[in-house]
Structure formats: C-alpha cells, structure tokens
Design a protein around this ligand. Sequence first.
Ligand code: IPE
Length: 271
Amino acid sequence: MTDVVVVKFGGGLITNKAKLCTPDLAIIEQLVAVVKRCLESGLQVIVVHGAGSFGHLRAKYWRLNEGLLPGVEFAPQDDCSSQKDAVSLVRKDMLTLNNLIITAFQKVGVSAKSLPPHRWARNTGSGFSGDILGNFTITEEVPITFGDVVDCDNGEFGILSGDDLVVRLCRDIPNVTRLVFAVKGVDGILSKPPEQATEDDLIKEWSPSIVYSGIHHSEIDVTGGIELKAKRGAEVASFGIEVMLVNGEKPERLFDACIGRQTRGTKIISE
Ligand code: IPE
C-alpha cells in the first residue's frame, strides 16, 4: 500500500487573515507545487485547508462556533442579517477558497476532488460523525477538505476545524504515515512569542508536557490556533503517525517534512 501523507494548509498561511476573503495566491501555488512533487515521489496526499479570512471573521461576528443563539441580538451587516444567513455565506466563502485551491491544482495538471464537510460531516471536534473511508477513498485525484460550518445535533450548527478533520483522517485511513501542518510566520512551536523569539527558541521536539508560547489570536479566530494544532498533533502521534509542524512559507522544508526527511520545524510526539 502506498504511504499517505495528510497536509494541513493553515488558513492564516493561504489568506490574509485580517482582510475579509483575501487569498494569498502566490503561497497557494507554492504549496500546490510541493504537493505535486510529493505525488511525483510516489506518495499519496490528502489536503486539508483552513479558513483564514474566508471563515473566521464572519464566523466570529455571528458567533457561529457557539451554535444558534436565539436570545442574542446581532447588529445586521450590509450583506447578512442573521446567524442563518451567516452560515450560508461562510459556507459559500469556504467553497470559493476551496475552488481557488482546486484551480491551482488543475493549473499544474493535478486533478483534485473537493469534499466540503457540510455535505458529509456532522458535529464538531475530532469525534464528529462522517463517512471518512467512503469519501476519502484514494484515487488518482487528490482529496481536499477544509474547516467548515457543519450541521450539529445540538445548537443546529457549529465550526468543524481542519485540525479536527486531520485527526480522523489519520486515524481512519489505514496507510497514513505522516501528518504535516504548514503554518505562517513561525518555524514551528516556539518557547517564546514570535516577536521575541530567536532561532534558538524553536522547540524541535514537542510533547504535551513541554511549555510553549501559544499565539492564538482569539480576537480573530473561532477555532484554536497553534494550541489546537499542538493538541491534535499529539493525539495523532499517539496513533504511531509522524507529525511535523513547519513554516509553510518555506517550500523545501514542507517537502522534506512530507517525505520524512529531517528538516527545520517541530516534531510533535505524544507523551
Ligand atoms: C475554521 O477552520 C473554519 C471556519 C472558520 C469556517 P480551521 O480551524 O481549519 O481554520 P484555520 O486554519 O484556523 O484558518
């Protein structure tokens, strides 16, 4: 069986996080080129991407991560007047972002299959329900899924993070050997805040008991930032899968991490 690598493109990496629905097409093309090289090296790849400014800003305003809030009065936006409208708009925006990635793959001659979670998954957290094996049967197409607004048993809807999706992909698909998180602006998990950190503050091997500096922009994010990645990464490592977190702006490091070659970044291990 061919080895499968699951790669998560952080939303902050593929978009300008502060500006509504602004993709970083140059980075997307760079990441897609790395995936293509992985395929050429004989690996199968599953891509999961985040939302960045295509999801968090509106989801945060309308508190979509808290589910339906009938008692809360929201000030309407020009193009959106209720939480339910916001659910549709965020889903639509996520499809737009996903489409940009699918198109980038097509441009380099790789066909990719879009698997929007709101069509096949229910509930949030890594225990969400959904037929992983049925949807992600590996063909010559690269399966691509992403953080999304999904229907939920409680609260009608909620946010399923790409960081939760990767846990289940790694657990349920039998031949996943590696999980790589590609993030923006840092070389891995750091022991100091990025603005104070020097080269030496990179934690080369992280396990849950090691103190680190979280950079969770809770004023923007509705999901968990680096903390969720670290936590979910350790969960995946406990399945015996190699987990790396690397700087997604450095394509060579991302490629090396995907093929299992030593590179600069943080290796996440379970306790
Ligand atoms: C968030 O998904 C999904 C929405 C806000 C709709 P992620 O948790 O995977 O996104 P990033 O990587 O933080 O942007």
